[in-house]
Design a protein around this ligand. Structure first.
Ligand code: URA
Length: 212
């Protein structure tokens, strides 16, 4: 499993504003969108391409285009939805699927309550959008779901991650034949007793959309 922690002053700056409890929802949403576009740039670095020939106004040349089948972007509802716009900006021709997952606040176990995905993901690189990699429960359940559908490569894009969650993912997927990657804006200190990332940014869904 590959883990990439962003190391860029612009990402650090945006994360600092995002973490601040005084940052309001509209600003929070905009920053998440911007951060995802920056993280997606890194996450798509090894995306499959093929060579094409073309004519510029000056000469014949060769270039690269994204290979078929197209990648699939899967935001995990609800908070992952706030990341979709930023990802779509970078990769507008990707297909988009949805996975609704919720974690029980007592047991911290994740379960699926909705899904809208292609039936067969073979040959597809799936990009999973989930802002907070906390215990890893949600992403582990989501990744198994996608692997069962035949995904050929899976990359999670997370705004923040906790070491506990990254370790849980490593334990679960270190022997996976399918490449598994995590791209995250920062690796925080720890999880608290409620399963929140410390220092973190609080509940990402609530900060994006307000408390319901
Ligand atoms: N989910 C969140 O929204 N925040 C955390 O800190 C952990 C999980």
């Amino acid at each position: 499993m590959k883990v990439h922690v962003a190391n860029h002053p612009l990402i650090a700056h945006k994360l600092t504003v995002l973490r601040d409890e005084r940052t309001d929802s509209p600003t929070f949403r905009r920053l998440v969108e911007e951060l995802v576009t920056l993280l997606a740039y890194e996450a798509t670095r090894e995306i499959r391409t093929h060579t094409v020939e073309l004519t510029t106004p000056v000469t014949r040349t060769k270039g690269l285009k994204m290979a078929e089948p197209r990648p699939v972007v899967v935001p995990i509802l609800r908070a992952g939805l706030g990341m979709l716009e930023g990802m779509s900006k970078l990769m507008p021709n990707a297909e988009v699927g949805f996975l609704g997952m919720v974690r029980d606040e007592k047991t911290l176990k994740a379960s699926t309550y909705a899904n809208r995905l292609p039936e067969d993901l073979s040959g597809r690189h799936v990009f999973v959008l989930d802002p907070m990699l906390a215990t890893g429960g949600t992403l582990i359940a989501a990744f198994h779901y996608l692997l069962d559908l035949g995904a050929t490569e899976i990359t999670a894009i997370c705004i923040l991650s906790a070491p506990e969650g990254v370790k849980a993912m490593e334990n679960e997927f270190s022997g996976s034949k399918v490449p598994i990657n995590i791209v995250t804006g920062a690796l925080d200190e720890k999880l608290n007793e409620h399963g929140y990332i410390v220092p973190g940014l609080g509940d990402a869904g609530d900060r994006l959309y307000g408390v319901v």
